[in-house]
Design a protein around this ligand. Structure first.
Ligand SMILES: NC(=O)c1ccc[n+]([C@@H]2O[C@H](COP(=O)([O-])OP(=O)(O)OC[C@H]3O[C@@H](n4cnc5c(N)ncnc54)[C@H](OP(=O)(O)O)[C@@H]3O)[C@@H](O)[C@H]2O)c1
Length: 346
């Protein structure tokens, strides 16, 4: 068997860090040698996460100097934004950053969205959403630093990207499991806050809106909600479709249902063509729910219903911790290290 790639995680004790540990421990082509955690260094992973059955694996706390001496092939940064930008310039290997620090092409846009100064304006990253285009996937392959997309952003972009030009306006109504807020959030500290509840927040100016606007050029709105589940998210995209003048004459001879069905099938075909080489994206004419994607790297896009106001409703589901974070990060690592894109992922 070929030599395994040596990889590490900084921020290994957090929710996305733990998801990375689970995936990487089963990965055939990598050896996980750094599991850095300032708070849990020296402790077993199973002490913090009792469902983790391997008693041997412990958190580490190597310095950056020591990590660089180990000559790792790749490091995952599963730390909050601002922490990542302090680490990236110091690391001498390939990096997948799960934070938002390098997701904006223009650091000024990051500064506006996050209301802080970017301390590393020089380092350029590739946005790690391989399903955007063949070029993007090639860029990921050649990148030293990949900025892993946000969870909402992954769902919003992919749910409309292939047909954004058909719409005048898009409304994204999104729901996420509470792990999306990380392990220091109010939901992790006090379960009663979210029990039997739905919490809307950042009604019109969530930071992911500006991340998405780099790729979705049709005007849009976005409102997120936290729901009473640990992991999994749903994007409900309402697209106000442009009038199809070319087909208007033909449409006069058809009833509304026939016209809507024709449009639905046309859109499904566009999605199927766009994602035909994307192993983790499924297109369905049914309405998907989050049970089918939880703990997987799948993103299912379905629904595609049109109403009498020419509004199309698309539903996308994904797991915020997997396709929205750690699974996508491993998918990007596989592409960067020339490993089968699907390795270690379901
Ligand atoms: N949760 C999601 O669904 C999701 C989805 C997409 C992207 N992300 C992004 O992925 C990154 C990690 O998210 P997460 O949900 O795993 O967060 P988390 O549960 O809060 O874990 C973050 C980890 O980073 C370490 N850390 C290092 N410096 C820190 C600092 N200054 N303040 C707090 N923690 C620090 C902590 O570990 P030690 O104290 O043990 O070192 C902590 O366990 C974030 O940038 C987040 O925005 C998260």
């Amino acid at each position: 068997m070929a030599k395994k790639h040596k990889v590490g995680i900084i921020g290994a004790s957090g929710y996305t860090g733990y998801e990375l540990i689970k995936i990487l421990c089963k990965h055939q082509h990598v050896e996980l040698v750094v599991l850095n955690s300032e708070s849990y260094a020296g402790k077993k992973v199973s002490e913090l996460y009792p469902d983790f059955l391997d008693e041997k694996i412990t958190f580490t706390n190597y310095t950056i100097y020591e990590i660089n001496k180990m000559k790792l092939d790749l490091v995952f940064l599963a730390v909050p934004h601002t922490t990542a930008m302090a680490l990236v310039p110091k690391l001498n290997c390939k990096i997948v950053d799960l934070s938002a620090d390098y997701r904006f092409k223009n650091p000024k846009e990051y500064e506006q969205a996050y209301k802080l100064e970017h301390k590393d304006r020089k380092t350029k990253a590739v946005y790690g959403l391989s399903e955007l285009s063949k070029k993007n996937k090639t860029d990921i392959k050649n990148a030293k630093l990949v900025a892993n997309p946000g969870c909402y952003a992954t769902g919003m972009i992919l749910s409309v990207f292939p047909i954004q030009k058909l719409a005048n306006y898009i409304v994204f109504d999104c729901k996420s499991g509470w792990s999306g807020a990380g392990k220091s959030s109010i939901y992790a500290k006090d379960a009663s806050v979210i029990k039997n509840n739905i919490v809307a927040y950042n009604l019109s100016k969530h930071r992911h809106k500006y991340e998405v606007a780099q790729f979705i050029k049709t005007k849009f709105s976005f409102t997120p909600h936290v729901i009473d589940t640990f992991q999994g998210m749903m994007i409900t995209a309402h697209l106000l479709l442009k009038e199809d003048k070319k087909n208007q004459k033909n449409q006069k001879n058809q009833n509304l249902t026939q016209t809507q069905e024709k449009m639905k099938q046309k859109v499904i075909q566009i999605f199927k063509n766009h994602f035909k080489d994307c192993p983790f994206v499924e297109i369905s004419d049914k309405i998907p729910d989050i049970h089918v994607v939880q703990k997987t790297n799948k993103l299912i896009i379905g629904g595609f219903e049109i109403d009498e106001n020419n509004q199309m409703v698309i539903i996308a589901v994904l797991d915020n911790l997997v396709k929205g974070a750690s699974g996508q990060a491993v998918q990007n690592m596989n592409i960067m290290l020339n490993i089968d894109e699907k390795e270690g992922l379901i």
